[in-house]
Design a protein around this ligand. Structure first.
Ligand SMILES: [Cu+2]
Length: 152
């Protein structure tokens, strides 16, 4: 009987600790980024070429999150012409925010701002990139760094 009680108490303790960890998830930060997609020119070989930068940078800026955060990312299409998109590669999120144009997410038109909002429920190193024509190859790719959740 005593042994059974001990097992029960250990189990209850485990459930309690687990519940505390679960409740901790909702205490994450809201992390806001504004990404401005813009035409630019690069010269790697002596010849100037059109390229696409995000916030003036190729590769695109590294975005940092911690597991448990909520991502709030505004993608501004400031290209002279053409739609754009951002695919959050390997990120677990609601399908409509996956960012593949004409499949999960509408293409982002010039002058348009698209909000991506999703909970961060994993950790690790990932990347994001355009999923439109050859925009990724033109410079639209960047890293996503998601830190492990810690007891803050
Ligand atoms: Cu991808």
């Amino acid at each position: 009987m005593n042994r059974l009680l001990t097992i029960l108490l250990v189990l209850l303790g485990f459930i309690h600790v687990h519940a505390q960890q679960e409740s901790h998830i909702s205490k994450g930060k809201r992390v806001i980024y504004h990404l401005y997609i813009a035409d630019t020119t690069v010269n790697y070989t002596g010849k100037s070429r059109h390229a696409i930068a995000i916030n003036g940078s190729i590769p695109a800026p590294t975005l940092y999150f911690t597991e448990g955060d909520t991502a709030e990312i505004y993608v501004h299409n400031t290209l002279k012409k053409g739609t754009t998109s951002i695919h959050w590669h390997g990120i677990i999120l609601p399908n409509r925010f996956d960012g593949v144009p004409n499949l999960t997410t509408a293409p982002i038109k010039p002058g348009e701002v698209h909000l991506f909002e999703f909970p961060i429920i994993q950790n690790g190193t990932y990347w994001y990139h355009s999923h439109t024509e050859l925009q990724e190859q033109s410079g639209m790719y960047g890293a996503l760094i998601i830190y492990k959740r810690t007891n803050r």
